[in-house]
Structure formats: C-alpha cells, structure tokens
Design a binder for this molecule. Structure first.
Ligand code: NDP
Length: 287
C-alpha cells in the first residue's frame, strides 16, 4: 500500500505559514495584492478563480478581479495589463487561461512585467528557470516539487518520466526535476511505446488530461506517482490521469485526485504573491 501524499493538508500548512509572513508585511504597512484577469465566461475558470480568491482571503492577500468581455480586443487586454504593471498597489498579476481564441495569450503573458509574474509564464521567468536562477516558477510544477521536499522523496539520480509537455505543467517540470538531479524523460502524444518509458520510471508525473490513462500494468513496483490531471470520468466523478485504485497497490507514494496537486497549485500562487511583494519592497524591508 502506498503512502498517500496529502496535498490538501500540506497546502493548508503552507497557507498558514504564508499568513504569518503576510501579517509581518502588513505590520510594515505593505499589503500584498493580487490582480486576476478573466476574459469571457468559462465555467471551469470561474471555479478556479473563486478558489484563488478564497485562498487570498485566508492568507490576507488583497484580491481584485477584472472580468473582461469575451469580445475584447487584444489591445484593450494589453492596455489593462500595462495599467496593472504600473499600479504600485498591485504586486501580482494573473491572467486566467483559457482566453478566447481571437486573442494571443502568449503576447498577453509577455506583457506582464517580470516582478509581478506570479504565474511564472513570462519569457524572463521561463528563461531564468532554464538557467537555474531564482525566479517565479509556475504554480503547479512548484507545488509538485514542494510535495517531493515535504515527503523527503529524493530525485537525485532517479528516472523521472513526465507525461505531457504543456507550457504550464510539463515543460517547467523538466527544469524543476533536472535541478533536483533527476534523469528526465518527457512523453507526449507523439511518443512511441509510452509504456516502455513508464515501466522503467522511478517517478511518474502525469499531466495529460485523460481519465485513468496510467494503469497498474504500465508501472513498476514502488513507483512514485504524481497525478496532475483533473478530469471527469463517465459518471461525472472527478478523477486524475491515473487509475488510482489499482496503481496505488504497486506504488510507494501516490497523490489523490482531488486533494493532491490541485490545492498545492493554489498555495504556490499565494507563495508567489508574497515572494513578488517582498521582491518589490526589497529596499524598504532591509531597513
Ligand atoms: P494540455 O492539454 O495543455 O497538455 C496535455 C499534454 O498531454 C500535451 O503535451 C499532449 O501532447 C499530452 N498528451 C495528450 N494525450 C496524450 C496521450 N494519449 N499520450 C501521451 N501524451 C498525451 O494540458 P495541461 O498541461 O494544461 O493539463 C493537463 C492536465 O492537468 C489536465 O487534466 C488539467 O486539467 C490538469 N491540470 C491540473 C492542474 C492542477 O492544479 N492540479 C493545473 C493545470 C492543469 P502534445 O503536446 O503532443 O499534444
């Protein structure tokens, strides 16, 4: 039987530590603030944004939402980002994805100033991550790394297989795991014989978005499983990418869905807002 990695509880502990840091900033007259931009009316995004606002409230971070019409022009979206870049009361800017297809999301991410890039999506953050400099790391990969650290799972020399190569999960995870001295393999939809890779993996991190894709016959005994996927099964139940019930019997550690990576992602957003605020007030805080 595997150890179940309790992301919910760990995230709660992190939020409570961040509240202490947030209170200290407030004692110095600094109130951390997150601005969230949402374009259009995506139901899933509404739930994610609501959870982020609840977490901000718990930690003591001020939260402001900007709801933009689905038909907004790119230039108007960029204008809002520029306004928030220049607003000294705003410490972090988050553009909730997805946004409507007529808009260029990469151009929008690029417009966010580095110091307020709490999602770690700007070219500066991504570039710094690639060369191993301290930076804003996107929240899901950062949450996964915190889980390894908290459960003393050492990646040094381990074969880590990442399923999925998206800009928000798979790609930053490559760098995060490399920094921990893992040997990293990345699989995607064009990978041949994916099972050959998963069967020899010491650690599998799955972020592909397919319910119960990773089955027990695809993994070796004592594998560590991190399930990033959030999917609905045929009965509408929330499930990950991993067939939890059967894979758990072979794994040494495994994350559940829900209650695994999801809460950690939001806790890491809070972490990044506090980090951004401290960075912006570095000189004042040194006094
Ligand atoms: P994307 O759709 O952007 O990327 C999916 C990746 O999976 C792509 O790289 C794709 O390959 C690969 N893929 C798809 N099908 C297969 C297959 N059959 N075999 C191998 N690889 C495949 O998804 P995201 O990265 O945004 O999200 C992935 C999952 O994680 C989703 O379920 C999402 O809801 C969840 N998620 C959860 C978060 C959390 O906080 N827990 C945060 C973010 C996402 P290719 O590049 O070739 O198309």
């Amino acid at each position: 039987m595997a150890v179940i990695i309790d992301g919910k509880n760990l995230a709660k502990k992190i939020r409570s530590n961040l509240k202490v840091e947030c209170d200290k900033l407030k004692e110095k007259g600094i109130i951390p603030k997150l601005a969230v931009i949402m374009v259009g009316d995506n139901p899933a995004s509404k739930v994610y944004v609501k959870n982020k606002s609840i977490a901000c409230n718990e930690v003591g971070i001020e939260y402001k939402e900007y709801l933009l019409d689905a038909n907004i022009k790119q230039e108007n979206l960029l204008d809002l980002i520029k306004k928030l870049n220049n607003d000294e009361t705003v410490n972090g800017i988050l553009l909730q994805s997805p946004i409507p297809e007529h808009l260029n999301i990469n151009e929008a991410f690029k417009a966010i100033t580095y110091l307020k890039d709490v999602d770690g999506f700007t070219p500066s953050s991504v570039g710094k991550l690639c060369i191993g400099e301290d930076t804003f790391v996107s929240c899901t990969p950062l949450g996964v790394i915190k889980m390894f650290e908290e459960y003393n799972i050492d990646l040094n020399g381990k074969d880590v297989v990442i399923l999925g190569r998206s800009n928000i999960v798979g790609r930053p995870l490559i760098q995060c795991c490399l920094q921990k001295n893992a040997t990293v393999t990345v699989c995607h939809s064009k990978t041949k014989s994916l099972e050959e890779h998963t069967k020899r993996a010491d650690v599998i991190i799955s972020a592909i978005g397919k319910p119960k894709f990773v089955t027990a016959d695809m993994v070796k005994n004592n594998v560590v499983i991190i399930d990033v996927g959030i999917n609905r099964d045929e009965n509408g139940k929330l499930v990950g990418d991993v067939d939890f019930e059967n894979v758990e019997k072979k794994a040494s550690y495994i994350t559940p869905v829900p209650g695994g990576v999801g809460p950690m992602t939001i806790a890491m957003l809070m972490n990044n807002v506090i980090k951004a605020t401290k960075e912006q007030y570095k000189e004042k805080l040194m006094l």
